[in-house]
Design a protein around this ligand. Structure first.
Ligand code: GBH
Length: 476
């Protein structure tokens, strides 16, 4: 088990989760600022207005990355710092651009390779109000294209670009369950607007087309001289059949991955949605026009993989509900024989299962022709971590074990199975704003003391990651 010596590894964050400074230097509001202000949406009634204050602490964060031995850093840009109202005819905020240009310069000076995500869920609020944001098939992709072009032009030194983080979450959590901004759902107890049976599929489609537009711009106008690469990051769990003897469970487990991942990856690699989705969703799933198909098909230079957990899957019986987004199935933490997928964490959806990581890397590699893969997120929360003393938080052995077993599973996928994983970014560099769960759930390899000036202290996991990689990296 080993990884090639040129394998890159480091940490990941996202703008709204770490930056704070939401009213500084001309930043406009995003849908997350608006969503957090609605009572009941965030578990601990917090928001990202201060977070880790990373906007004002770039030097500190770079020093932290350096001390942990990181070779690369994945972070996202706040679109509404760069174009506060978001649109292609709206004013540009030079202070926002300057901030990120300097950050990239400083990372490179510290010998840390930047991976930039253009949009990690924080859509400019003005676009949501102006034309329905992600729901608008014509306007949204054009505004995203314009934003992407401005960023590519401003930051030519960045060679690794990710268009969107987890379009599944923007679509399903934003427009079906309403758990994330902008909170649309058919459930009228939660939201006055939304149609869970249709909106998520429209939003997913528009994100794909917007991704395709940005990639076309990068490839035609920048890649020839800047020589970078661009892709989209998709989230997805591995799925095991609840009863491996039942062909319907076996099929449902595969369908679960198709509904979560192939929803986006099939259009990107093959130019069409999976048959299983078309069959269940019919005309609620948009059709690609020939122009859209041409934009989307073949639009990944690499596959960005966010991965955390696995599930057991039981096939559904009868007709799925109109709001079903899983693919007519149910997910379980134990299988037919009572085997448990993995231990509990602070996140109800996350139970460590490292073997599933190896299996999913193989599943994706086979289906999509062994593309280059960058693991752009992988990590865990720990049950009850936030209730511990700071000293005990620093001693996060559960997270150390998670990283070691997951990195080993990935190394086996590379050295024993022939998959082409090129890099790995742990989620997250530091504790941060965990969306609807606020600050109560910690994912950091670094402890952030929110009560004492957002002071950062590396946890055991942060320090151990370098050792974990040193153990498996080939020496050249
Ligand atoms: C990542 O998503 C995000 O990119 C990152 O910002 C975040 O901080 C990190 O995970 C940790 O949560 O409500 O039953 O539909 C992880 C993938 C997929 C996990 C959707 C939560 C919701 C389960 N997410 N999932 S459900």
């Amino acid at each position: 088990m080993s990884l090639p010596s040129d394998f890159t590894w480091g940490f990941a964050t996202a703008a709204y989760q770490v930056e704070g400074a939401t009213e500084q230097d001309g930043r406009g509001p995003s849908i997350w600022d608006t969503f957090c202000a609605i009572p009941g949406k965030i578990a601990d009634k917090t928001d990202g207005s201060v977070a880790c204050d990373s906007y004002n602490r770039t030097a500190e964060d770079i020093a932290l990355l350096k001390s942990l031995g990181a070779k690369c850093y994945r972070f996202s840009l706040s679109w509404c710092r760069i174009i506060p109202l978001g649109g292609r005819n709206d004013p540009i905020n030079q202070a926002g651009i300057d901030h990120y240009v300097k950050f990239v310069d400083d990372l490179l000076a510290a010998d840390i390779v930047p991976f930039i995500t253009l949009l990690h869920w924080d859509v400019p609020d003005a676009l949501d109000k102006r034309y329905g944001g992600l729901l608008n098939r014509k306007e949204f992709p054009l505004d995203f294209e314009n934003y992407a072009r401005l960023v590519f032009k401003s930051i030519p030194k960045c060679k690794n670009w990710i268009t969107f983080n987890e379009p599944f979450c923007s679509s399903v959590l934003g427009y079906s369950t309403g758990y994330f901004a902008p909170g649309h759902t058919s459930d009228r107890k939660k939201s006055a607007v939304g149609d869970s049976s249709r909106e998520p599929w429209i939003v997913g489609h528009n994100l794909l087309v917007a991704h395709g537009r940005a990639v076309k711009v990068y490839r035609e106008e920048f890649k020839p001289k800047d020589k970078g690469q661009i892709g989209i990051t998709l989230n997805g769990d591995y799925a095991y059949p609840w009863d491996p003897e039942d062909p319907e469970d076996v099929e449902a487990a595969n369908r679960k991955i198709e509904f979560a991942i192939s929803w986006f990856a099939d259009p990107v690699y093959f130019g069409k949605y999976p048959d299983s989705m078309r069959k269940q969703l019919g005309d609620r799933l948009p059709e690609f026009t020939p122009e859209e198909e041409a934009l989307v098909k073949g639009s990944n230079d690499f596959y960005g993989m966010n991965h955390y957990t696995a599930d057991y899957v039981k096939h559904g019986t009868g007709t799925p509900a109109p709001e079903d987004f899983l693919g007519n199935l149910t997910t379980h933490s134990t299988d037919k024989h009572g085997n448990c997928i993995g231990p509990e964490t602070q996140s109800f959806w996350l139970r460590p299962n490292p073997e599933g990581f190896r299996l999913l890397i193989n599943w994706l590699s086979k289906r999509y022709g062994y593309p280059d893969i960058y693991v752009t997120e992988n990590g865990t929360s720990i049950k009850g971590e936030n209730d511990l003393s700071p000293e005990d938080i620093l001693n996060d052995q559960f997270r150390v074990d998670y990283f070691r077993t997951y990195v080993h599973a990935m190394a086996k996928a590379v050295s024993e199975d022939g998959c082409k994983v090129k890099g790995y970014m742990a989620w997250s560099l530091m504790d941060n704003f965990e969306w609807a769960e606020g600050y109560e759930t910690r994912f950091g390899c670094t402890y952030v003391d929110y009560k004492n000036g957002q002071k950062r202290t590396a946890k055991a996991s942060g320090k151990e990651l370098k050792k974990i990689f040193d153990e498996v990296l080939e020496k050249n």
